[in-house]
Design a protein around this ligand. Structure first.
Ligand SMILES: C[S@@+](CC[C@H](N)C(=O)[O-])C[C@H]1O[C@@H](n2cnc3c(N)ncnc32)[C@H](O)[C@@H]1O
Length: 342
């Protein structure tokens, strides 16, 4: 979700003060901080945000976050992400909680598919209003019984829930990283992962739905405990299901945490990772470098980091800087598998 779309959304609300004035309960799924939030009285404001850095930003400004959507709301504001199915799921949930007569307002950049989101909004609630500014489109519609499309809401809610990845035993949720497949790079890491590294206390940094941890636990009964860490709470929910399906008694913990901003003690014997290299939609090599530095801080002396990265990513320098030694285990299909000893 772009900050430009947030700006345009709040500008639209300024131009249509009647929309906010009529709303004593406001729901914002995947909320981002904006000073315009101040116009809504706190008791009636329900903000959800499952990505830890964005949640922390809201908390720093004094907002508390809800774990669940409210039973009903007078107004819902929604900013779609690049994941269309996930965004449609949240639009359907928003339409479902909206009380009759309430507004659902959706803002997105044109290049993110704003016009198709407008079409979807009107399919859910019926025709409404639309306004374009700064390469963004704001669409708004009112819920009323005659045009509310319950069967489409039900269809989108079914598509967006927890579901199996076809041809595997994994469960996932629309919108998570690589949600509909097993990542090729992660698969390569597991193929080349030395079983001898997998013992004691381990961690999966940026665990997603848990592929690396699950495969490590299958490979190595000597693992005594594992921490699954991800900034996306929905990923952790899917990860827990996948771990419990193979190893219900494994000593696993699930940490909703921004790895780049956490402080770690030297506690792990091994760490696995396929680090993120995007922040929102932008390439961010610094995030991967930070993950590697943080892995070093979290490993016991002699502990081992096994990671996979796209082979154009220049992480050797940061491995060299922090680790006693590192080696290339494989370079195939556009990925590098690396092993570093703290
Ligand atoms: C490339 S995916 C790897 C997922 C999974 N380990 C796999 O191999 O399929 C990177 C993961 O890092 C998570 N992530 C992104 N930024 C993060 C941050 N700052 N702190 C913790 N996790 C983060 C994402 O939610 C995503 O699940």
């Amino acid at each position: 979700m772009s900050s430009r779309a947030v700006e345009v959304l709040f500008r639209y609300l300024e131009l249509h003060p009647e929309i906010s004035a009529q709303a004593s309960s406001v729901f914002i799924p995947r909320a981002r901080f904006h000073s315009g939030l101040e116009q809504f009285p706190r008791p009636g404001l329900c903000l959800m945000q499952s990505f830890r850095p964005n949640a922390a930003h809201l908390e720093r400004h004094g907002y508390s976050l809800a774990a669940n959507a409210p039973a009903s709301a007078d107004l819902v504001l929604f900013l779609p992400t690049k994941q269309k199915l996930e965004s449609l799921y949240w639009m359907a949930r928003s339409a479902a909680v909206l009380r009759p007569g309430g507004h659902l307002v959706v803002a997105a950049e044109v290049q993110l598919g704003a016009k198709s989101y407008r079409k979807e909004l009107f399919s859910l609630l019926g025709e409404g209003d639309s306004w374009s500014k700064d390469h963004c489109v704001v669409s708004s519609a009112v819920k009323n019984e005659s045009s509310f499309n319950q069967s489409y809401v039900t269809e989108l809610l079914t598509q967006g829930g927890i579901r199996p990845i076809e041809g595997t035993s994994y469960k996932t949720q629309v919108g998570l990283y690589g949600w509909d497949k097993i990542d090729q790079g992660s698969r390569l890491l597991i193929t080349h992962l030395p079983a001898a590294d997998l013992h004691g206390n381990g961690a999966d940094f940026g665990c997603g739905y848990g592929y690396l941890a699950v495969e490590a636990l299958k490979k190595a009964p000597a693992i005594s405990a594992m921490s699954m860490i991800d900034a996306e709470s929905l990923a952790l929910e899917a990860c827990r299901l996948n771990i419990e399906a193979i190893s219900p008694k494994a000593r696993c913990s699930y940490l909703w945490s921004d790895i780049s901003a956490s402080s770690f003690e030297q506690q792990y014997d091994f760490i696995l990772m396929n680090p993120p290299h995007h922040n929102d939609r932008l390439q961010d090599f610094e995030l991967g470098r930070r993950f590697i530095a943080q892995a070093h801080a979290a490993l016991k002396p002699g502990g081992v980091l096994n990671l996979v990265v796209n082979d154009f990513l220049p992480y050797e320098e940061v491995l060299q800087k922090h680790f006693a030694a590192f080696q290339l285990l494989a370079n195939e299909s556009g990925f590098k598998v690396l092993r570093a000893v703290a």
